[in-house]
Design a protein around this ligand. Structure first.
Ligand code: WQD
Length: 331
């Protein structure tokens, strides 16, 4: 297939691009490099610098593919969203413009240029505070941050464009993405990370003095929040399988992607100390607004419909592959 990966220079996008390339697909990366990195680009993928807010630019890349003799893009993968849940509560406008308007541009350009399949990076943030665990696809959606709201709205757009315009989509609800390419081919470190594991890595590498633990008084065995960390290489494989599924079956798919195991903040830090051999100083800070005590996924549906299962999402691999990248970092 001929695939356009929008946001393909980013942390998850680069892993997804690598996986499609490894599977023999033709890939064009479209990215404005706002958080994507040039070092995440591959020589065997084309690269087009562009912004999803520029409809003309999106049109151009899709039309050029259609007139180049390759038959145009069969599919696009959309990973071009802002993703900091905390920031989205302070600057919702930014998330409305980029995540919502940008997606409308993508979908309109896709429809106009005959792109049939859309794989979308959704999020466990669509669920909000869990009513039961593990969270399956039938769990009610009730986002508690604006970021999660934008992801849920986009899922609804996708549903309407399916009905009205015949696209087929896969909406992949990631839990906590972490880790780095198990083969060590992707080395771009996220700028100003807000997530736990890269923050721990920066502390281990000595470029951050400590890790603040947001609350140790939750109703969990060690008092810290429990999350479902899923390796980015596992996520990348899921994109390939999801596209295979929707193209082979002509049916859309909304699916949770997690490892099905819950790990506390303290457990992550302890394992990181062991793997890195670094002390990783910790301070206990107050709870962060909007944090649920526990979030874990059911991956039963992903297993049933597309034969997907996490392979690399044990804590040692998550942290080991991250440390392989961060240990090179200098203060
Ligand atoms: C993990 C745990 C923090 C930083 C986010 C998004 C969500 C989804 C996944 C994309 C929590 C604690 C963190 C720190 C800490 N993303 N923590 N000190 O919030 O579970 O989920 O990523 O769709 O939408 O919100 O991930 O990595 O920020 O936090 O103690 O410096 O680590 O409180 O319990 P989160 P996270």
């Amino acid at each position: 297939m001929n695939i356009l990966v929008i946001g393909g220079a980013g942390y998850i996008g680069s892993h997804v691009t690598r996986e499609f390339l490894d599977g023999g697909q033709r890939v064009t990366v479209f990215d404005n490099l706002s958080s994507g990195l040039r070092e995440n680009l591959f020589p065997d993928a084309s690269f087009v610098y562009g912004d999803i807010l520029d409809y003309t630019g999106l049109q151009r890349v899709m039309r050029q593919a259609a007139t180049s003799g390759n038959g145009g893009f069969d599919a696009l993968v959309h990973l071009a969203a802002f993703k900091a849940a905390g920031e989205s509560m302070i600057m919702p406008e930014k998330y409305s413009v980029n995540n919502i308007s940008g997606t409308v541009n993508i979908l309109n350009a896709a429809v106009e240029n005959g792109v049939k399949y859309v794989v979308f990076s959704s999020s466990a943030a669509v669920f909000g505070e869990p009513r039961y665990l593990p969270i399956d696809e039938n769990h009610p959606t009730n986002p508690e941050n604006y970021y999660g709201f934008t992801k849920l709205e986009i899922e609804r757009f996708l549903g309407w464009y399916e009905k009205l315009k015949g696209i087929r989509f896969a909406s992949l609800r990631y839990f906590n993405a972490a880790g780095y390419d198990v083969k060590g081919r992707i080395k771009g470190k996220e700028l100003k990370p807000a997530n736990l594991i890269p923050i721990i890595m920066e502390a281990a590498a000595g470029i951050r003095s400590e890790v603040q633990v947001f609350g140790n008084d939750y109703d969990t065995p060690d008092g810290t929040c429990i999350r479902d960390y899923i390796h980015v290489s596992d996520l990348a494989v899921a994109h390939v399988k999801a596209l295979d599924y929707i193209s082979a079956n002509g049916k859309s798919l909304t699916v949770n992607l997690g490892s099905e195991s819950g790990t506390s903040v303290f457990e992550v830090i302890e394992t990181a100390r062991t793997i890195t051999g670094k002390p990783i100083p910790v301070t206990i800070a107050g709870r962060r607004a909007g944090d649920a005590a526990r979030l874990t996924a059911s991956a039963a549906y992903a297993r049933d419909v597309m034969g997907w299962k996490a392979r690399y999402s044990d804590l040692e691999t998550l942290i080991g592959t991250s440390w392989d990248i961060y240990k090179e970092m200098r203060a």
